[in-house]
Structure formats: structure tokens, C-alpha cells
Design a protein around this ligand. Structure first.
Ligand SMILES: Nc1ncnc2c1ncn2[C@@H]1O[C@H](COP(=O)(O)OP(=O)(O)O)[C@@H](O)[C@H]1O
Ligand SMILES: [Mg+2]
Length: 279
């Protein structure tokens, strides 16, 4: 028998108390290990959707299953073993008085033994470049470092589905490189990811499937390379294609553009001299 999808939403609708309809019949199935870039304009419903996956919200209509279990019937503590959520604003997540305790909180809470907790904390502090700050109060750190603390906290729980809301926004270059490497480590161990971001270059680097939301609905869902190299569909939903894709579309062919997601790809294509002008 196939394992159940890690997340399975069927016809999910949700309306806020003030009457704002934020989700309107969303169906989405996420298989174990899938890497999804969830994109769409502000207000499209991305965060509301994510909050249904960790049990923060329950659907007014429809069903959400995590690893085959109905979220409406699961305990938050049980869900927390499977689903990790990096909030867009780190200050909504941080509440301990040292970086060490902040990162230790999750692994402790899911019932790991003390030595395992210590191993996890040390490993993820190192991966996020925070080892020297273990004793610092997180709220005294810069925004970028506070963001790194929350990344370490979420990844250290090693859940099978990680939801990341703008994980690299406001990080400096070095921090972003570390954050991406740490996230990739979890993905390499088979974790599934939902990456919510406005940075389509980041989506190109990290995701294999792209879901576009607009007005509370899923309006496109498919192969990341196909969708990211299609400026028409991106612009239709108010999204800016990755800079390299734009450049490749202008200077090379549409076909070449569909294969270019990193500077190295672009250089290779140029070396092969697929210039439009020379055709
Ligand atoms: N707490 C809230 N109360 C009322 N409306 C909300 C609340 N949070 C979000 N919304 C509305 O729900 C819709 C979806 O918002 P959201 O899920 O935050 O979108 P996104 O994450 O894609 O920007 C928007 O119209 C937004 O204004
Ligand atoms: Mg949001």
C-alpha cells in the first residue's frame, strides 16, 4: 500500500470573523518529500492555507489530513511532531530567554531525551552559525539573527513537513546561504517543504513544484521549471519572473529560458551560443 500523502486538503474554505473569505474551495495533495513553492500576491490566502496545516485554523468547510489523520481531530502536540512552521515574523515565535533554550524548546516538547535534545540544539546552532550566541537573549539580536534562531528552532524538530514563510527575507547574504544549506539538509533527509515567498529566484533554487494562489483559490499547480519560465502566467497573477528567466527569455530562446535557473545555467547556455540574434 502507498503511504498517505503528508498533507491532503479537500475543498477547503475558510472565512475570517469579519467576513473575509480567505480560502475558497482549495484542494491540494502533497506527497512525502515534495518541495513546493507556494506563491501569489499579498492577500491570496497563502498564510491562511498554511495555518490549516498545523492545526492553528480548522476549515469551515472541507477536510485537511496530515499523514492520513484529520487535523480537526488531532491534538496540536501530535501535529507538532509532523509539521513545522516558520512564521513570517520571528517575533511571533521567540519566547525563551536564551538562544539555546529557544532552540531546545521544540525538541524537548516532542519528547526527545535530554542528550538527544542537546545534540539537536548543538547541530542546528552550528548549521545556522549561532553556536557562539547560545547564551544570548534572542530578543537582543538583530532581525536577521532572530530569523536564524527561528530557522534553527523549526529545523531542529526534524519534522516530515516544514512550512517556511519567507525564510530568507531580511537575511544578509551569508545568513541566507547558511539558511538555504540548513533547509536543504532537511530536504535531503526526505522532509517535504512548503516555501511561501515573493522571491521567485529562491523558489527556482529550492522547489520542484509550484502552486500559485489568487483570491483564495489555487489557480496553477505544476512543475516548478515549467511555471517559473512562463512569464505570462506569472504576470497574470501579479508575480515577477525570476531575473535570470527574464534575461534568458530576452537574450536566448524561450526553450533555453525554461532550463535556466542559476547563473551557471545561463553561462553554459551563452557558451553554447544559443543567442537569439545569431539564429
Ligand atoms: N486575521 C485576519 N482577519 C481578517 N482577515 C484576514 C486576517 N488575516 C488575513 N486576512 C485576509 O484574508 C485574506 C488572505 O490573507 P493571507 O492568508 O494572509 O494571504 P497571503 O498570506 O497570501 O498574503 C486577505 O484578504 C487578508 O486580508
Ligand atoms: Mg502571508
Amino acid at each position: 500500500m502507498n503511504p498517505p500523502p503528508i498533507a491532503d486538503l479537500t475543498d477547503v474554505s475558510f472565512t475570517y470573523e469579519d467576513g473575509t473569505r480567505a480560502l475558497d474551495g482549495v484542494s491540494l495533495r502533497i506527497k512525502s518529500g515534495e518541495r513546493i513553492g507556494l506563491i501569489g500576491e499579498n492577500g491570496a490566502g497563502k498564510s491562511t492555507l498554511c495555518k490549516h496545516l498545523n492545526g492553528l485554523f480548522h476549515p469551515a468547510k472541507g477536510k485537511v489530513l496530515i499523514d492520513g489523520e484529520d487535523v480537526a481531530k488531532s491534538k496540536a502536540s501530535h501535529l507538532a511532531r509532523t509539521v513545522g512552521y516558520l512564521f513570517q515574523n520571528p517575533d511571533h515565535q521567540i519566547f525563551k530567554s536564551t538562544v539555546y533554550d529557544e532552540v531546545a524548546f521544540g525538541p524537548k516538547n516532542i519528547g526527545l531525551r535530554d542528550n538527544e535534545v542537546a545534540d539537536r540544539v548543538e547541530r542546528y546552532l552550528e548549521l545556522t552559525g549561532l553556536s557562539d550566541l547560545a547564551k544570548s537573549p534572542p530578543l537582543m539580536l538583530s532581525f536577521g539573527l532572530r530569523r536564524m534562531v527561528t530557522i534553527a528552532s523549526v529545523l531542529s524538530m526534524e519534522q516530515r513537513l516544514i512550512i517556511l514563510d519567507e525564510p530568507t527575507a531580511w537575511l544578509d547574504y551569508g545568513q541566507a546561504v547558511l539558511a538555504k544549506e540548513a533547509i536543504r539538509g532537511r530536504l535531503a533527509s526526505g522532509a517535504a517543504m512548503i516555501l511561501v515567498t515573493h522571491d521567485l529566484q529562491l523558489v527556482a533554487e529550492m522547489a520542484d513544484r509550484v502552486v500559485i494562489m489568487s483570491g483564495g483559490r489555487v489557480v496553477a499547480d505544476g512543475d516548478a521549471k515549467k511555471i517559473l519560465s512562463d512569464p505570462d502566467i506569472l504576470m497574470k497573477y501579479g508575480l515577477d519572473p525570476p531575473p535570470l528567466t527574464k534575461l534568458a527569455n530576452e537574450l536566448l530562446s524561450e526553450e533555453a529560458a525554461s532550463e535556466i535557473f542559476a547563473v551557471a545555467d545561463f553561462i553554459n547556455a551563452v557558451k553554447k551560443k544559443k543567442w537569439k540574434a545569431s539564429k
